[in-house]
Unconditional design. Sequence first.
Length: 135
Amino acid sequence: MYSYWYLRSSESKIKSCKILPDPPVVEVKTDSIHSPVDKAVEFRCSVHGQPQPTQSWYKMDGNNQRQPIRQGGGYQLRPGHHTSTLHIERVKQGDYGTYICYATNAFNQWGNATILLTGKSVFPKNIMPQNLGII
């Protein structure tokens, strides 16, 4: 939403108005997803801000540089009004890593959130989250 402030003259008329943008806020429900090779996976983030931010997805490469994700080649990008979804048709070994949901607005303000795609669960088979007090 926009933030407003006004200057009023002595006649109580609005003399000027300045609209202050709200920077993009990007949120994900989980920061990691575990999927074996050859399975489909989907990342989703919610994006809010004013003016409405533009959304994009990136994957971090081996040099810690972000590489843009483009439609095709097993990737489907589905932007929504306040959501953005990245769908991978069939996970390959090279798909594992960190993905970034990135949003920017017309004022060059930005926000992002990351999701880690791994092939293995964080917990070994003999250790379950409920045994660690994580519930």
